[in-house]
Design a protein around this ligand. Structure first.
Ligand code: NAP
Length: 268
């Protein structure tokens, strides 16, 4: 019997990277897990392969498409039961480059995935969670949501910053309902998203961030996606509500059972 035994979880962007790590962690703790992604990557079978590996189901969906989100949630309901745990992990870092130069439609598409998609997903599962008096929602945030964000990724920074406010706002709306919402910042994690940025010209990513991310990669110091997955697990197994926690922060380290110390600057 795991800590999440009997629970149904839906992980968006669950085909690889941090989402796949979260899906594995939730399944290892007893949850029945549905994983969603567009399956538009270079390995079109990665979503179903992961679902098979963890004994879950694949529910292909583009979270920026309202009809896909409805179908994804209905499919999960039908095959596993009502969603107890939603992990809004699907995200894209593009378009990278100066705001004045990047394609305006791409800028809007990115916000449609990173922000509107997450909001659509939570609206799709919340009514049933409230009826049952239990639910856990976690939004994947980023260090780019703070301060000056990531200058050559203004759509990403803006979408994640707004998502943090959704977490904070909805948490107040959910007080005393048995449903909670929190955010997790995974650090600069070793995934396809980082690989993608390393493949671009450094001036497109921005000199400062390109150098910082490349250095972490060269020195083998990119964060293990499993850290974010553990933090997600700790939050959904608690009554915490309205927190956005960075894996590198004191609060994050405490939740992860790590010694609290000065972490790397929060910058990704
Ligand atoms: N890696 C980092 O350093 C880092 C740092 C801070 C925050 N984060 C956040 O952590 C989350 C996961 O990032 P990651 O590094 O694991 O990224 P990743 O390796 O690029 O994986 C992204 C996942 O999201 C899916 N996805 C993208 N667009 C989608 C859409 N429209 N609908 C459904 N699924 C979609 C992808 O599958 P398809 O392409 O097949 O749809 C894939 O499964 C993101 O929200 C990201 O912003 C990452």
């Amino acid at each position: 019997m795991g800590r999440l035994s009997g629970r149904v979880a839906l992980v968006t962007g669950g085909s690889r990277g941090i989402g796949a790590s979260i899906a594995r962690t939730l399944a290892a703790n007893g949850a029945k897990v549905a994983v969603a992604a567009r399956t538009s990557g270079q390995q079109p079978r990665e979503l179903s392969t992961l679902a098979d590996e963890i004994g879950g189901v694949a529910v292909p969906a583009d979270v920026s498409r309202p009809a896909d989100v409805e179908r994804m949630v209905a499919d999960t309901n039908l095959r596993l039961g009502p969603v107890d745990i939603l992990i809004n992990n699907a995200g894209v870092v593009w378009p990278l480059g100066r705001t004045v130069s990047v394609d305006a439609d791409e800028w809007e598409s990115a916000v449609a995935i990173n922000l509107f998609g997450a909001v659509r997903c939570l609206r799709a599962v919340l009514p049933a969670m409230l009826t049952r008096g239990y639910g856990r929602i976690v939004n994947l945030s980023s260090g780019a949501a703070d301060g000056a964000g990531m200058p050559s990724a203004s759509a990403y920074s803006a979408g994640k910053a707004a998502l943090d406010m959704v977490t904070a706002n909805v948490a107040v709306e959910l007080a005393d309902t048995g449903v909670t919402i929190n955010g997790v910042r995974p650090g600069t994690a070793d995934t396809g998203m980082q690989e993608y940025m390393r493949s671009l010209p450094r001036e497109q990513v921005g000199e400062e961030f390109y150098e910082r991310f490349s250095l972490l990669h060269r020195e083998g110091r990119l964060a293990d996606p499993a850290l974010a997955a553990q933090l997600v697990l700790q939050l959904i197994c608690s009554d915490a509500n309205g927190l956005t926690v960075d894996v590198r922060s004191e609060a994050g380290r405490a939740l992860l059972g790590q010694p609290t110390a000065e972490g790397d600057p929060v910058t990704d």
